[in-house]
Design a protein around this ligand. Structure first.
Ligand code: FE2
Ligand code: FE2
Length: 237
């Protein structure tokens, strides 16, 4: 199983565009989020040598602009892709996906998406005084469970706990993505790092809205198990 990073503020190689948002491709077939801009996503998919029409599934963590920016042009190029959105996503967003003629799956509960790849199910929370629904990807590998979060607005610990609950016999290998700690206090950041360590999470790859303070705190606590990722990188699991 390989995860290709396709959208972030940092790049690992020349020829990629960067920007605020997140996207990655899992196992060559499941695209998780679509970044903040269509131009960036399409350019990066091309640069990474991804066959866009081969994308079978798109999973949208939540309907914020920096995760759905490349969705519409992508669906034009991969019209058969099935789109997984949270059941409680914004009505206008869901309508737009349907209007686009896409095969839409409204996610409520934990479910299998592809071999070894699952949705966490939706978490309903609030963000900036508005209701927000978010889902994460849960991947079962031979080395343990990997969780990929878009922004983790409900809290990265909550997302990890759900993955642990669904696979109680598996170890927690890695959490990757946006941990949404960029505006959090030192105390909250330290508490989160401590809790993830207690849960037995072996590796972390925080990016996007995780924030630099949280990244350095994770780096301190995880050492070699802090995985620095950026656009263009591939992580083999
Ligand atoms: Fe975000
Ligand atoms: Fe967000």
């Amino acid at each position: 199983m390989v995860i290709k990073i396709l959208y972030d503020e940092e790049k690992a190689f020349e020829g990629y565009l960067t920007g605020w948002g997140f996207s990655c491709l899992v196992d060559g077939r499941v695209l998780f989020d679509t970044g903040g801009s269509a131009t960036g996503l399409l350019k990066n998919l091309k640069r990474a040598g991804v066959n866009i029409s081969g994308i079978e599934t798109v999973v949208i963590s939540h309907d914020h602009w920096d995760h759905i920016g490349g969705l519409w042009p992508l669906l034009n190029k991969a019209p058969k892709a099935r789109v997984y959105v949270c059941h409680n996503s914004g009505g206008a967003f869901k309508k737009k996906v349907l209007k686009n003629g896409s095969d839409i799956v409204e996610v409520k509960d934990f479910a299998r998406i592809a071999p070894g790849i699952f949705t966490s199910g939706e978490f309903c929370t609030r963000y900036k005084d508005k209701p927000l629904a978010e889902q994460a990807l849960v991947i079962k590998t031979s080395r343990g469970i990997v969780l990929i979060a878009g922004c983790a607005h409900p809290g990265i610990v909550k997302l990890i706990n759900r993955a642990k609950l669904k696979f109680p016999a598996e170890s927690l290998l890695m959490a990757m993505g946006g941990f949404h700690l960029k505006d959090s206090s030192k105390q909250v950041i330290k508490g989160t790092v401590k809790r993830l360590k207690e849960l037995g999470l072996k590796q972390v790859a925080p990016l996007h809205c995780s924030g630099v303070d949280a990244q350095s705190e994770f780096q301190k606590a995880y050492g070699n198990n802090f995985i620095k990722v950026a656009v263009g990188q591939e992580i083999s699991l």
